[in-house]
Design a protein around this ligand. Structure first.
Ligand SMILES: [Zn+2]
Length: 102
């Protein structure tokens, strides 16, 4: 997966289209991400003892990596990513401005 934790991404499809956010968690196995402020779902919680009240909580649900684009920190554009080897290390590059992102 090309997108990692702490990257800033732009949502390109769905109800949160156009929103930007920071990746809080990445699940490379599932190609999914949790993005700050994106894809809130409502969960109904049952009361469990006096310490926890019943109610509805909202939290972010993972979204598929194909629903977002990386926002390049160098050119501030939604960018497709490529890879390049720099000194034997694989780094990500922005295909729009050709800058190294990592
Ligand atoms: Zn760029």
């Amino acid at each position: 997966m090309k997108i990692k934790k702490n990257d800033t991404v732009l949502v390109i499809v769905g109800k949160d289209k156009g929103k930007k956010g920071k990746v809080r968690f990445a699940y490379p196995k599932d190609d999914r991400l949790i993005v700050e402020g994106v894809n809130f779902i409502k969960r109904h919680m049952r009361a469990r003892g006096p310490a926890r009240q019943a109610g509805i909580i909202e939290r972010e649900a993972p979204i598929h990596v194909s629903n977002v684009m990386m926002l390049c920190s160098k050119c501030n554009r939604p960018a497709r990513l490529g890879f390049r080897f720099l000194g034997g290390k694989k780094v990500r590059i922005c295909r729009a401005c050709q800058e190294v992102i990592d």
